[in-house]
Ligand binder design. Structure first.
Ligand SMILES: [Zn+2]
Length: 805
């Protein structure tokens, strides 16, 4: 039974001082055993409460049968201080929600990872599963002897048994149940002692860990991973006043994780795909650096100070997202991280903010009635828009005051919980500016402003359509798009006349400091589209490329215009993040907005731009461009030729295999599968088989997709392959079945499957009447009973679909 907000509030008042002692036995492959001794205080002796435990069998309480139903263990007639002992057998899972088992296809090794977060910890251990009841955890784990086990606490000892060992971890500081984890398996590791003056001995144990079959990749990237980790850690421990709260810092490329990464205290996990088999593209390298910085920021934002309830998940995610991009740049050397944000991250925020499902960054508490509703709000409002809003806040307040407010917040609520009001109190104490007014305008509202340039007798006038004030850079260019001047502008209710910029091309928000779209005047836009690649700042170019994409998504210009703009100005683009980000955007708008008749022509242009970058010889551009080229080229001989070479990256090889399959030649899948037995190879083969353009292949892929046997990553793979670029006729019978079969599958699955079913929404160039049919089918289903997570995803897809009609 999901925990409802009033229950959580009541229980938070009732319980104090929670300590959890756990022993987990992972030696059986059938299920695992848990023994928990939980002690806690109760403010109202005589009252009753409950522990959550989801999916347990043989559940006992204090040695006898527990009163256990609907995932809750009843605890009655509480004393002022209590100790309860629970034992149970618990199931392993493959959907990434709980104790996730993965068998590595490369070597048959087994890995077990407690992927918790939200309300999933209760699928692993008994707990009071809400953010504002923190517990210390003391953990022992019995597991196969050839494993390494890592958890939130520091490893204190290991005792050998006959075929299994027992690992003992030190007691952690208090943290919320959703942050509990452990991972076990024959990991390969790179470890070191990180200098940290406040630690006993002056250092802390740090490590990176990966599946044994990824050992080569871990060694390849170890120096860079260590360098980023150390640089970020030294930076955070300089800028944040509270000490680093945990006894070590382990980072694990963990299989089966549904999130990109997760900030478990002292034991951060990343999707194992993030340790790429072949050469990572520049966007992937930047993503990993920002994500390392993001998760580390959570050790303070989220783990040390935690939201009270999920409406304030932005206090975790907006901050970590902002810090992730900022610190990857200032500390770890990824100085163009904000350029990647401008062309990949922020656009996702604008798209989310246009949908009906948009919500204030800081949502009303009462709207987040339960965790499923909260799950849907881990969206690009909470991450990307929240990040951009905080970035604007920092720019408006100045770095020093912003950081002073942040430190006040972290210090005042260390090891506790805090909400929006508490955060504003902290900020308010650090500045004279009206932070409550700012929060009302930015955090408590929805939608975004449009910054418009008009001309009054040749003098540019900047106006704001919307309700917020913006502090931005406005730049003036000559007609060849050479920068003439920039100035700092505060734009609010009143228009701003830019007398000095008379006759010049004007670009507002040229430093991409605020969250607002821009609409330059006609004269400026003509010059921009004529000289986009001549603009010196890559950040400004990225922001303007997004503006062009936004004009397409707003149906002001057709897809073909953006593709034509790319034909002229993406070919000379030398910045890998801009190049790759725009390439992604071009494919996305072609999939969504182009008709089947237009799509092939657009793809040919995009493929040719990619080919130019591959042949141009700049390796930073080539890594991303070669994948695009392999994935969309219509030149079979070229693709076959590539597969015959030894020097082609594994990711590119799979893209070529998938494209050949899409073009009707599936003979390359089997041999490539033999060559690459990795997890990523397994997923790539699933995607390639799903895209084969025959009715039999589609029927087989569909049976697999909806059969309920696939793990969430496998489902993603098949779903991503199913809707081929030019398969509108072939997949048409499956459009309606996606709705009916998808709904049936979601009803018998959990959050994670609901999420990937939503992600598998048909995205391919479709005729307008077919899009309307799809729209009707989804809208009809949404009239009925659809699980919360899928309903949110489908409503968003409907909004996106409507923009194309
Ligand atoms: Zn996060």
């Amino acid at each position: 039974m999901p925990l409802m907000l009033p229950e959580a509030r009541e229980r938070a008042v009732l319980l104090t001082d929670v300590h959890t002692q756990l022993h987990l036995d992972l030696t059986s492959t059938e299920d695992f055993g848990v023994e928990a001794t939980i002690s806690f205080g109760c403010t109202q002796p005589g009252a009753s409460t409950f522990l959550e435990l989801n999916g347990g069998t043989d559940v006992t309480l204090d040695g006898g049968p527990a009163s256990y139903s609907d995932g809750r263990i009843a605890l009655t007639d509480l004393a002022a201080s209590n100790t309860v002992r629970v034992t149970a057998r618990m199931p392993y899972v493959t959907d990434g929600d709980g104790m996730t088992v993965t068998i590595d296809p490369a070597d048959g090794e087994r890995y077990v990872c407690a992927h918790t977060s939200m309300d999933i910890a209760q699928k692993v251990v008994p707990c009071f599963d809400q953010p504002d009841i923190k517990s210390t955890f003391t953990l022992t784990v019995t597991a196969p002897s050839h494993w390494t086990v890592l958890g939130n606490g520091p490893l204190e000892g290991r005792t050998a048994g006959e075929s299994s060992d027992t690992w003992t971890f030190g007691t952690t500081p208090p943290f919320s149940s959703y942050l509990f984890t452990l991972v076990g398996g024959p990991w390969v590791s790179v470890t070191w002692d990180e200098p940290y003056a406040p630690a006993p001995g002056g250092t802390l144990p740090f490590g990176w860990h990966a599946r044994a079959s990824q050992g080569r990749e871990l060694q390849r990237d170890a120096d860079e991973l260590k360098r980023i980790t150390s640089a970020c850690f030294q930076h955070y421990t300089t800028i944040f006043e509270p000490e680093y709260p945990y006894a070590d810092y382990q980072q694990v490329f963990a299989p089966g994780l549904n999130w990109g990464a997760m900030e478990f205290p002292g034991c951060v996990v990343f999707r194992d795909q993030a340790l790429t088999q072949g050469t990572p593209t520049e966007l992937e390298r930047e993503w990993l650096a920002s994500t390392i910085a993001h998760e580390m920021a959570h050790m303070w934002f989220g783990d040390l100070v935690t939201m009270k309830w999920w409406e304030d998940s932005w206090l975790n995610e907006s901050f970590a997202d902002f810090m992730g991009y900022d610190v990857a740049g200032v500390a770890a050397g990824y100085t163009d991280a904000w350029t990647s944000a401008a062309i990949t991250r922020k656009p996702a925020g604008y798209r989310a903010d246009r949908r009906r499902s948009t919500h204030p960054i800081a949502e009303d508490t009462d709207k987040i009635v339960d965790v499923d509703t909260a799950f849907a709000n881990f969206d690009m409002i909470t991450y990307a828009k929240g990040n951009a809003a905080l970035s604007q806040l920092g720019h408006w307040l100045g770095d020093e005051d912003f950081l002073a407010g942040v430190n006040k917040h972290l210090t005042a609520h260390a090891f506790g919980n805090a909400d929006l009001a508490a955060f504003l109190d902290s900020l308010d104490s650090a500045t004279d500016k009206d932070v409550r007014g700012w929060a009302e305008a930015w955090l408590r509202s929805t939608g975004f402003d449009t910054l418009q340039v008009t001309r009054d007798d040749g003098v540019p006038v900047l106006t704001r359509e919307g309700s917020r004030s913006h502090r931005i850079t406005v730049s003036a260019y000559d007609d060849a798009m050479r920068l003439v001047d920039s100035r700092d502008v505060h734009l609010g209710d009143e228009p701003v006349r830019l007398e000095d910029f008379a006759g010049r091309v004007v670009v507002p928000n040229s430093g991409d400091e605020t969250f607002a779209v821009i609409r330059p005047d006609e004269q400026s836009w003509a010059a921009i589209t004529g000289g986009l690649s001549s603009i010196e700042s890559q950040l400004t170019r990225a922001m303007l490329w997004w503006t062009a994409v936004d004009l397409c998504e707003s149906q002001v210009v057709p897809v073909g215009d953006v593709v034509a703009l790319a034909d002229t100005h993406l070919r000379p683009e030398t910045h890998p993040l801009v190049f790759e980000g725009v390439m992604r955007a071009l494919q996305s708008i072609t999939r969504r907005y182009a008709s089947p008749e237009e799509a092939a022509g657009h793809l040919a242009v995009i493929a040719d731009i990619a080919r130019g970058a591959v042949e141009g010889g700049d390796p930073a551009l080539a890594a991303g461009a070669s994948r695009v080229l392999a994935r969309i080229s219509a030149d079979r001989d070229f693709l076959v030729d590539w597969l015959g070479r030894d020097d082609v990256d594994q990711n590119v090889r799979w893209a070529a295999v998938q494209r050949l399959a899409e073009l009707g030649d599936d003979s390359w899948i089997g041999p490539e599968e033999q060559r690459d037995k990795s997890v990523s190879g397994h997923h790539a083969a699933l995607a390639a088989r799903a895209v084969v353009p025959t009715p039999d292949a589609k029927a087989a892929a569909w049976a697999q997709l909806m059969g309920g046997e696939l793990g969430s990553h496998e489902f993603d793979a098949v779903g991503s392959g199913f809707w081929g670029w030019d398969q509108a006729d072939l997949v048409r019978p499956y459009l309606e079945r996606y709705v009916t079969d998808g709904l049936a599958l979601a009803r018998r699955s959990g959050q994670a499957m609901g999420d990937v079913i939503g992600d598998a929404f048909p995205l391919l160039p479709l005729p307008v009447d077919v899009r309307r049919e799809l729209r009707t089918a989804v809208a009809a289903a949404l009239e009925g009973d659809v699980p919360t997570v899928l309903a949110r995803s489908w409503n968003d897809s409907l909004d996106d679909l409507d923009r194309t009609l």
